[in-house]
Design a protein around this ligand. Structure first.
Ligand code: GAR
Length: 193
């Protein structure tokens, strides 16, 4: 069984796109792959409700309840490991992970980042792309390594930056492409497992 665990912090629209694609394309039967759990560091993340509606196990761990990043990451790893995942997907998971956590899931920890990496690591990617005068923006699916937003690139999607764009309008254009990009990248990974 190729279990997938998805980590979110908010709306979970990328998680939902992966769940929907897995169902529509019958990943369970074709590849033995299924989304086994969705975990969040925010108990009120809207994506947790979406996942529960799909009958997927969910869990929340409030990072503020832990004394250190290491303690939070150890508890998160314990919650993840219950599902023995072949893949751990970060989908709008807004916590920096410790080197120990990243090493534990080496080669099976994946992230989607809302820029054309290596440009614009970190936060506020859309405003920074607009401010820099970029004609193109996009999103990147990459392997997670200890260095922030710097692991090997698996796939990318490109959108134009249009005159009059704000961070909000550009984010919406990028996000709609993320919903195609992330399921496509994960499909390629589960087929290769
Ligand atoms: C997405 O745009 C994702 O690329 C971004 O947060 C959004 C989450 O949306 N991730 C990061 O900024 C990671 N640093 P979602 O919760 O609806 O999938």
């Amino acid at each position: 069984k190729r279990n997938i665990v998805i980590l979110i912090s908010g709306g979970g629209s990328n998680m939902a796109a992966i769940v929907r694609t897995a169902q529509q394309e019958n990943w369970e039967q074709r590849y033995g792959a299924r989304v086994a759990a969705v975990l969040s560091n925010q108990a009120d993340a809207a994506g947790l409700l979406l996942a529960r509606e799909q009958g997927i196990a969910t869990g929340a761990l409030d990072h503020r309840a832990f004394a250190s990043r290491e303690a939070f990451d150890a508890a998160l790893a314990a919650a993840i490991d219950r599902h023995q995942p072949a893949l751990v997907l970060l989908a709008g998971f807004m916590r920096i992970l410790t080197p120990d956590f990243v090493a534990r899931y080496a080669g099976r920890l994946i992230n989607i980042h809302p820029s054309l990496l290596p440009a614009f690591t970190g936060l506020h990617t859309h405003q920074r792309a607009i401010d820099a005068g970029c004609r193109f923006a996009g999103a990147t699916v990459h392997q997670v390594t200890a260095a922030l937003d710097a692991g090997p690139i698996l796939d990318q999607a490109v959108v134009p930056v249009l005159p009059g764009d704000t961070a909000q309008t550009l984010a919406a254009r990028v996000l709609s492409q993320e919903h195609l990009l992330y399921p496509r990248a994960v499909r390629a990974l589960v087929r290769a497992l």
